[in-house]
Design a binder for this molecule. Structure first.
Ligand SMILES: Nc1ncnc2c1ncn2[C@@H]1O[C@H](COP(=O)(O)OP(=O)(O)OP(=O)(O)O)[C@@H](O)[C@H]1O
Length: 245
């Protein structure tokens, strides 16, 4: 399987001394990788680095064999992302917003815009202004924008934030469908551990800016009751190691 993302010794430390340290991670084509970790562990920082929203202090990022620091456009060509709450032009409608996004992707047709709006359940409200949308509706629109150009790799930061039960089920189905039918790879940061258990083939746990543990979900479930149990045990272990140090 081809490597689609490789980070080596990725480090970003903010002025307040927080951030991430020495994070090396590989994702292969077809992976649905879940990034877990407590609040403030460094998940969003990692996702911002690999999408070029912030620059690393040290380390390298390679996306589809392109070094992000030198070949940004080439690296990001097949990547769709949704990082933190999207900032929309609220006076636009969902349709107009996606038309705007589509300008960057000549292959995206109005039919494709209609298709993604249908996929995320916003087709009926496509002509309404975004300023009237709820948090969950905006989240769905951000997801629609991320998958609009049919990227090979989609990076999602807390994608189910604000989604209702129906929306969460829609999200899970959509990821499964894209992964199974189109072979799309995903990197998903989320606190919804039960969702990740159903969706991901691999997970990584970030604690205090370090990638503490990685594994294949099928392997982890052989020796753990659930992903949640594995996660709680790993956090406890990290705490004990810290107390001993
Ligand atoms: N722009 C910034 N300036 C200073 N510190 C920051 C900045 N962004 C993040 N941090 C700090 O870096 C650490 C990692 O934050 P990050 O947002 O990456 O965590 P996270 O794992 O995504 O957390 P959450 O699950 O709460 O979203 C936190 O301690 C946070 O306070």
């Amino acid at each position: 399987m081809d490597i689609i993302l490789e980070t080596a010794h990725l480090t970003k430390v903010y002025g307040n001394n927080r951030g991430i340290h020495d994070m090396s991670l590989q994702l292969h084509e077809g992976d649905v990788y879940g990034l877990l970790g407590p609040n403030g562990a460094g998940k969003t920082t990692f996702l911002k680095l690999i999408t070029g929203l912030i620059r690393p202090d040290q380390g390298t990022i390679s996306l589809f064999n392109a070094n992000l620091a030198e070949q940004f456009e080439q690296g990001m060509q097949h990547v769709g992302s949704m990082i933190e709450s999207a900032d929309f032009h609220e006076f636009l409608t969902a349709w107009q917003y996606l038309e705007l996004v589509a300008r960057f992707y000549p292959a995206v047709t109005p039919k494709r815009i209609e298709e993604v709006l249908d996929l995320v359940g916003l087709l009926k409200v496509r002509k309404e202004k975004i300023k009237g949308y709820s948090t969950g509706m905006k989240q769905k629109l951000a997801l629609a924008a991320a998958i609009l150009p049919e990227p090979k790799f989609v990076i999602l930061d807390e994608p189910t934030n604000g989604l209702d039960i129906e929306g969460t089920v829609m999200f899970r189905k959509l990821i499964k469908q894209l992964s199974e039918e189109k072979g799309t790879s995903f990197l998903i940061s989320s606190h919804m551990i039960h969702e990740l258990e159903q969706l991901c083939n691999r997970v990584g746990i970030v604690v205090e800016g370090h990638l503490k543990k990685e594994g294949y979900v099928s392997e982890l479930l052989k020796s753990n009751q659930s992903l949640e149990q594995f996660y709680i045990d790993e956090l406890q272990l990290s705490k004990e190691e810290k107390d001993c140090a």
